[in-house]
Design a protein around this ligand. Structure first.
Ligand SMILES: *Cc1c(COP(=O)(O)O)cnc(C)c1O
Length: 429
């Protein structure tokens, strides 16, 4: 038994599945999760001192790599003044100003503590502002674990084989309509059948919780047009894409305007921060200026704000985005070349610094395509990669995150590891 196995056995006694978030449990890959001791740059080290090149990046936040000295310094300096006051500090305004300066089409921001909260609150604003109850989401998109969003959800919900959660009242789920990603007709049909009742369409502008599936040409502009036609709001859930595809997220990358935008992950620099944002007109529906209630004891926590401010300031450098996108594109191409050589039956999707290796030989352009993946083969690939010191997401329906800290050595080692893994899978086929 290694140290992780011992620690996991203890954890399982006191926490459901031994974890505080399901995909960490490694069930989909039939393994014991690695318990982490520390991480630095692109590398993560487990409690036995094993060193891995990390492509999880805490599921997205660590776009600059782990333990960035400037982010750590900001946290250290801020915490000396106290951890939480439950009263305003200037850092909240500073982070809000930064977000507004980097992201198009937003004038006001409300800070929360997670992506889940950000989405839950944005949906409430949409309902409050339109006076309508129904929401359209896409099958396989994940928007956190609030009741109305756990309907045909992606990520851990999909990996666990239960995209609809127990404990969500039927009455709540009934107001969540599901359409097909990259299929505008499926959205139009729902809007027409529920005329005057749909408050918002919520979408991951790049689907990244069914594995990475980029939007088809015309899909996002089409959603914008359909929302305008039917008086519904368009919510971009940018919890992954925000500050990752570009400084201004998907709105900047694709040139499509959303009415409400949600953030998480990167915005907190590794601390628990989320946010939702929109025009002044929409955001003034939020309490205390408006009737849409939303609150949080630790929201805008000064130490968390400091980490977010430090990370976003560092991201005001367009070169970072060019580099991580180029590195991800290079890695994707190398993996495709390996597939051409070993024919294990996989498809590589990549956009910006996000990529996924799907274990299916068909192109993956929608949820049905993603679901056609052989998750057992992904698990075998994952285990081989881990053995070679490459730390991937322990489930097929997740993204690989390339960070600014990944070096040429990291990337070439990853390709070598993938070659060994594919050779082995090819021999087993
Ligand atoms: C991670 C994620 C969420 C939920 O954020 P949490 O901080 O885990 O609550 C919501 N939407 C998307 C697109 C995500 O990837």
């Amino acid at each position: 038994m290694d140290t992780s196995e011992k620690m996991f056995a203890q954890a399982c006694e006191v926490m459901p599945g031994g974890v505080n978030s399901p995909v960490r449990a490694y069930r989909a890959v039939n393994m014991t999760p690695r318990f982490i001791h520390h991480a630095k740059g692109s590398h993560i080290f487990d409690v036995d001192g094993v060193d891995y090149v990390d492509y999880v990046g805490s599921w997205g936040p660590m776009i600059l790599g782990h333990s960035h000295p400037i982010v750590l310094q900001a946290v250290e300096e801020t915490m000396k003044n106290g951890l939480s006051f439950g009263a305003p500090t200037g850092r909240e305004t500073e982070l809000a100003q930064l977000v507004i300066s980097m992201v198009p089409n937003i004038e006001m921001v409300r800070m929360v503590n997670s992506g889940t909260e950000a989405v839950m609150s944005a949906v409430r604003v949409a309902r409050g502002a339109t006076g309508r109850d129904k929401i359209i989401k896409f099958e396989g998109c994940y928007h956190g674990h609030s009741d109305s969003m756990l309907v045909k959800a992606g990520s851990g919900a999909l990996t666990g084989g239960r995209p609809d959660s127990a404990g969500v009242p039927a009455a709540v789920a009934g107001d969540t309509l599901t359409a097909q990603y990259n299929d505008l007709d499926s959205v139009e049909r729902l809007l027409a059948a529920n005329a005057g009742q749909v408050a918002a369409v919520i979408v991951e502008p790049v689907a990244a919780n069914m594995g990475v599936v980029p939007p088809a040409e015309g899909f996002l502009p089409g959603l914008r047009a359909l929302c305008d036609k039917h008086g519904a709001l368009l919510i971009f859930d940018e919890v992954i894409t925000g500050f990752r595809l570009a400084q201004g997220g998907a709105q900047e990358y694709f040139g499509v305007r959303a009415d409400l935008v949600t953030f998480g992950k990167i915005i907190g620099g590794g601390m628990p921060v989320g946010a939702f944002a929109g025009s002044k007109k929409l955001m003034e529906h939020v309490a205390p200026t408006g009737p849409v209630y939303q609150a949080g004891t630790l929201s805008g926590n000064p130490v968390a704000m400091a980490a977010g401010i430090a990370q976003l300031n560092l991201l005001k450098n367009k070169e970072i985005y060019t580099n991580i996108e180029n590195n991800a594109a290079w890695l994707a191409q190398q993996l495709r070349d390996l597939e051409a050589q070993y024919q294990i039956g996989c498809t590589v999707n990549q956009i910006g610094s996000l990529l996924s290796v799907f274990f299916t030989d068909k192109p993956v352009t929608d949820f049905a395509g993603a679901k056609s993946s052989d998750t057992e083969r992904y698990a075998a690939y994952f285990r081989e990669m881990l053995k070679q010191g490459v730390y991937l997401a322990p489930a097929q329906f997740e993204a690989m995150f390339v960070s600014a800290a990944h070096t040429i050595d990291d990337l070439t080692w990853t390709v070598t590891a993938a070659k060994l893994a594919m050779q082995k899978l090819s021999a087993e086929k």
